[in-house]
Design a protein around this ligand. Structure first.
Ligand SMILES: Nc1ncnc2c1ncn2[C@@H]1O[C@H](COP(=O)(O)OP(=O)(O)OP(=O)(O)O)[C@@H](O)[C@H]1O
Length: 259
């Protein structure tokens, strides 16, 4: 799978008739299996970029494509995880996870098997028959991730998925997401406001400029390679390489902005 943005730009027209230039010409290739994190100041067009990749929005300029096919509509091949889970409260956890498969006409036995496998992957064994309103915020996000994984997408698009969670839950979910994306060899496009989270999760971090957003820094993260092994979370975050990259990215974002 090769995902390409070619000179993509986006202008919105507000209800008042004002033109908002949200995204400037953006050219980008996302390689299969990569974990790309996107950071940038508020309103710089990160969600706009994700909506274009998801097929929710047709860009006003340029083109987004997957394997030379233009992206013109949403597809289960590109799973989207939002900050808030958008689960169906009248359905159980299992039924929420099975939903995409049901729409695609997959037989009940197979649906159940896939859902159980995905719920195990995200650590929700034993919660299958709960209603989603009975779950904590972290568990709801786990359910949302399982629902996307059930479709076996080529790419997972994530918009601030852990932004509303407490620090400990967020760290646990980060570790689990890394494990799952590696085990399942998933390509991940992950938007976050946290530079620390981006450097921790990403093997590539894109930094966007203030509106109209464009990529002003495209940095490969090679900390684990430098150490020749995968480092546990705490150890990785305190390496000089991590701290240097985190600070450099933060400087780039906050440069010229009034705090
Ligand atoms: N449908 C719309 N109509 C008009 N303007 C819009 C629309 N959607 C987004 N915008 C504007 O486009 C700009 C980029 O929005 P976008 O949500 O992509 O930014 P973002 O980087 O994700 O922001 P944040 O980090 O605050 O979530 C903002 O100024 C926003 O107000």
């Amino acid at each position: 799978m090769s995902l390409i943005l070619d000179q993509v730009s986006q202008r919105y027209i507000t209800d008042g008739g004002e033109v908002v230039h949200a995204l400037a010409d953006t050219t980008l290739t996302v390689d299969t299996g990569s974990f790309v994190c996107v950071v940038g100041p508020s309103g710089c067009g990160k969600t706009t970029l994700l909506k274009i990749l998801a097929g929710f929005l047709k860009p006003t300029g340029g083109q987004a494509s997957v394997d030379d096919e233009p992206i013109t509509a949403p597809s289960w091949k590109r799973g989207v995880v939002f900050q808030h889970a958008n689960l169906y409260p009248w359905l159980t956890v299992r039924k929420n996870v099975e939903l995409g498969l049901r729409f695609r006409g997959i037989a009940p036995a197979k649906r159940r098997e896939v859902a159980e496998e995905c719920l195990a992957l995200v650590g929700l064994v034993g919660f299958e028959d709960k209603k989603t309103y009975e779950l904590s915020g972290g568990m709801q996000q786990r359910t949302q991730i399982a629902r996307v994984l059930a479709n076996d997408p080529e790419i997972i698009l994530m918009d601030e998925p852990f932004g509303a969670l407490d620090a400990l839950t967020r760290e646990r979910l980060q570790m689990d997401l890394l494990r799952i994306s590696r085990e399942r060899r998933k390509t991940v496009f992950f938007i976050t406001h946290s530079v620390e989270e981006a450097v921790f999760l990403g093997d590539r971090v894109l930094v966007m400029s203030p509106r109209p957003g464009r990529v002003v820094l495209d940095e490969e993260v090679r900390i684990s390679q430098t150490y020749g092994r995968l480092l546990p979370g705490k150890e990785l975050r305190s390496t000089p390489e991590f701290v240097e990259l985190r600070d450099r990215i933060a400087d780039q974002i906050y440069e010229g902005q009034e705090l």
